[in-house]
Design a protein around this ligand. Structure first.
Ligand SMILES: O=P(O)(O)O[C@H]1O[C@H](CO)[C@@H](O)[C@H]1O
Ligand SMILES: O=c1cc[nH]c(=O)[nH]1
Length: 291
């Protein structure tokens, strides 16, 4: 018998839309741009040909419209993998659950997620105001461990070597490594973007080795991350969402890429003089070549 989801599990608003995103199936395009900052949503939708739908709840702002005849959406996730859990799960539910019957659909629709974010460089040669596409997300956040079948990402030679070489503390959650979509990464390479492994942290300060008033447990963490290498793969940058976007996309059957504008270099101590301008250039390049 087909399972019907309880009202407490699949929470819907009075109009039948998803609890946090406020979205109904007709409000969503097949390609979804994910940005952290709600203020970045209009910057992205300014490059759409039309904007036909807008909604907002908390920090989750959505614009849907068309670009080159295709229906596209941009949505803000806020900061961190906990918000990615909410947004990606609800976006998947919008297309793959019958919201009226509250039942899983038999056939699944595949969405394409394109994160357009900001990030800090962990490599001297990757400067501020450059653009980087993640080949993999290295999750230091622990989100994926709550889901069944995530073992594929947590038990592999990269993770084993990483734990050993960085002397990863047993008090922290086990790192996991998930790859992005190969075809989308190739498109970013064609645009001349840097590529590399993106470390996803569960915070901006201590978890990324920033010391203001509080000392960190491992003051050498960033040094270890930048030095680490596995089969020619290097860790290039820090941000707070990519691992969860890649992990949930793999588990749910969607395609994903994460592209970030480098706004800080953690070794030179540099910070972009006008990061919003650089982010806008990145958005324009991606919108014009990915749709
Ligand atoms: O600019 P966004 O997309 O929010 O991305 C980065 O910026 C935030 C931290 O300042 C984190 O969300 C991090 O991942
Ligand atoms: O250093 C940085 C810059 C942007 N976002 C991050 O998470 N870290």
């Amino acid at each position: 018998m087909t399972k019907t989801l309880a009202a407490s599990e699949l929470i819907l608003n009075p109009d039948g839309s998803l609890y946090h995103c406020n979205l109904l199936p007709e409000n969503l395009g097949d390609t979804v741009f994910l940005v952290g900052d709600p203020d970045r949503v209009p910057t992205v939708s300014a490059f759409f040909d039309t904007v036909d739908f807008k909604t907002q709840k908390r920090e989750i702002v959505t614009h849907t419209g068309t670009k080159n005849g295709k229906k596209v959406t941009v949505i803000s996730t806020g900061m961190g993998t906990d918000n990615i859990d909410i947004v990606l799960t609800e976006l998947d539910a919008v297309v793959n659950i019958d919201l009226q019957k509250k039942q899983l659909k038999d056939t699944h629709k595949q969405l394409t997620f394109i994160r357009l974010g900001t990030s800090g460089s962990l490599q001297k040669h990757i400067p501020v105001d450059s653009f980087l596409a993640s080949t993999h997300g290295l999750g230091m956040d622990g989100l994926l461990h709550f889901y069944k079948n995530s073992e594929a990402f947590t038990y592999n030679p990269f993770v084993e070597k990483f734990i050993e070489e960085t002397e990863w503390s047993s008090k922290l959650s086990r790192p996991y490594l998930v790859e992005g979509d190969e075809d989308l990464i190739q498109k970013a390479k064609n645009l001349g973007f840097y590529t590399g492994i993106t470390a996803t942290a569960c915070g901006f300060y201590g978890p990324q080795g920033r010391v203001l008033r509080l000392d960190v447990q491992d003051s050498l963490l960033n040094e270890k991350l930048s030095r680490f290498e596995y089969n020619g793969l290097k860790i290039t940058n820090f941000e707070m969402e990519t691992s969860a976007i890649f992990g949930l996309s793999k588990l749910l059957g969607h395609k994903a890429i994460s592209i970030n504008c480098i706004i800080a270099n953690r070794f030179s101590g540099e910070y972009s003089k006008d990061y919003k301008k650089s982010v806008q250039i990145m958005i324009e390049k991606v919108l014009n070549s990915f749709i």
